[in-house]
Design a protein around this ligand. Structure first.
Ligand SMILES: CC(C)(COP(=O)(O)OP(=O)(O)OC[C@H]1O[C@@H](n2cnc3c(N)ncnc32)[C@H](O)[C@@H]1OP(=O)(O)O)[C@@H](O)C(=O)NCCC(=O)NCCS
Length: 131
């Protein structure tokens, strides 16, 4: 069974394995745990049988007007089972009072995010790993 939680209770960095698939420089488990600690909002999906985190989403926010969702990822072997959708739904419910919710994604993923009533937008970014 998969359970969902919006905190890091009973979670340690060793439960965060296998994420950042295809990244040039994958984030270490230590840094991943730190990122989740420092994010005002996070939702984790946990496989109760293995006690591993199998999906996560996080958000940074001024808690009034803006929230930004930097990352959403479900481990490859757990994808296409509705887990990413559930993580988004739980997070968006927690972000209900916030007026603007932004994220960046590759174009093919826009159809996934449109199901949460997100609108296409334009943006600018800095990516230091490209240098
Ligand atoms: C995107 C992601 C989080 C979706 O999680 P998931 O648990 O597989 O999603 P769900 O099972 O809830 O929904 C699956 C739907 O998402 C779509 N989807 C998943 N990845 C997609 C992609 N890269 N491009 C387009 N659509 C995608 C599937 O086609 C499927 O559509 P369908 O319901 O019409 O068949 C997951 O594929 C993932 O972790 N991908 C790698 C990391 C990533 O790209 N994260 C997003 C960063 S912006």
């Amino acid at each position: 069974m998969i359970s969902y939680q919006s905190n890091l209770n009973n979670i340690n960095q060793d439960m965060l394995e296998g994420f950042f698939v295809g990244w040039k420089k994958p984030i270490s488990k230590k840094n991943h745990f730190q990122i989740l600690q420092n994010s005002q909002y996070k939702v984790l999906a946990i496989d109760n049988e293995t006690q591993k985190v199998i999906g996560f989403i996080n958000a940074l926010s001024d808690k009034t007007h803006f929230a930004f969702i930097p990352m959403l990822e479900v481990l490859p072997e757990y994808q296409n089972q509705g887990i990413g959708t559930k993580l988004m739904e739980i997070l968006l419910n927690e972000l209900k009072p916030i007026t603007n919710i932004d994220l960046t994604c590759d174009q093919p993923l826009q159809s996934f995010y449109k199901r949460f009533k997100m609108l296409e937008s334009h943006g600018m970014v800095i990516r230091k790993y490209l240098n």
